[in-house]
Design a protein around this ligand. Structure first.
Ligand SMILES: O=P(O)(O)OC[C@@H](O)[C@@H](O)c1c[nH]c2ccccc12
Length: 260
């Protein structure tokens, strides 16, 4: 299964990074930085539907989405378009992302940013902080409840947000038990890549009051954004649709209008 491969490769990457910069060092670097102010989750908690716009060259389900991938121009257009937050993939093998791309995008974007990767080790949380991230992704399929709670605790100390990604009712329960404040529902099943926009709607009721609810993946039209908003999304994470849009500003504007 692809998710197992992604996780195994993430562990290998952590081991390689650790050989260069040990955990104690990266942790010290992260802790020496000014504590964050949780601005990622704050930026999603307004009364209007918020949009997280994603910088992503490729994905395991779609292959290469944007062969040119001028990520600096993409970052500028997201910034100009008024994205509430920006997501940037750093996974190198299937998504063709990198920490270098993240750092360059970070320089351009003033909005809060999430480092989108497969978090399997606390090392990656400290690494994200050092890269200038405001948030990390914690995928429930890869982590047990205790670990999610521990990782949220690390994020809290650093002033970062944790977007806890769920895909079914059991994972939703795990996210809630772990104390997640920011809960995502992935409409794409990471095991077989099928997309069901109804998934977010189905799990919406499982989130306690006060949590920020993010609908992720599979938005391919303003109508999709409208439907997700109607089912109670506080925020919507959009990748491919914006990556393929020639005029990103206009595309985001249309999604925003539809989700009003
Ligand atoms: O390109 P899409 O279908 O709009 O999806 C964006 C985002 O939700 C997707 O990239 C994503 C959601 N969860 C993930 C976990 C890992 C990697 C990527 C993802």
């Amino acid at each position: 299964m692809i998710l197992d491969e992604l996780a195994a490769f993430a562990r290998k990457r952590v081991a390689a990074d650790q050989a260069k910069t040990p955990l104690a060092d990266i942790k010290a670097q992260a802790e020496a930085m000014p504590k964050g102010d949780f601005r990622f989750e704050k930026a999603l908690a307004g009364k209007d539907c918020a949009f997280i716009c994603e910088v992503k060259k490729a994905s395991p389900s779609k292959g290469v989405i944007d062969p040119v991938f001028d990520f600096e121009a993409i970052a500028r257009s997201y910034e100009d378009a008024g994205a509430n937050c920006v997501s940037c993939l750093t996974e190198p093998n299937w998504f063709l992302g990198s920490d270098e791309i993240f750092k360059k995008v970070r320089k351009i974007v003033t909005r809060p940013m999430i480092r989108k990767d497969f978090t399997v080790d606390e090392y990656q949380i400290y690494q994200a902080k050092v890269l200038g991230a405001d948030a990390v992704l914690l995928i429930c399929t890869l982590l047990d409840t205790e670990t999610i709670r521990d990782y949220i605790g690390i994020c809290d100390k650093l002033g970062m947000s944790a977007l806890v990604e769920t895909h079914d009712a059991q994972e939703m329960q795990s996210a809630v038990q772990a104390g997640a404040r920011l809960i995502g529902v992935n409409n794409r099943n990471l095991k077989d890549f099928t997309v069901d926009l109804g998934n977010a709607a189905k799990l919406r009721n499982g989130t306690p009051k006060g949590t920020v609810f993010v609908a992720e993946s599979g938005v391919s039209s303003p109508e999709d954004a409208a439907a997700l908003r109607r089912t109670g999304a506080d925020a919507i994470l959009v990748g491919e649709y914006l990556m393929r849009a020639a005029d990103k500003k206009q595309a985001l504007h249309a999604l925003r209008e539809a989700a009003k």
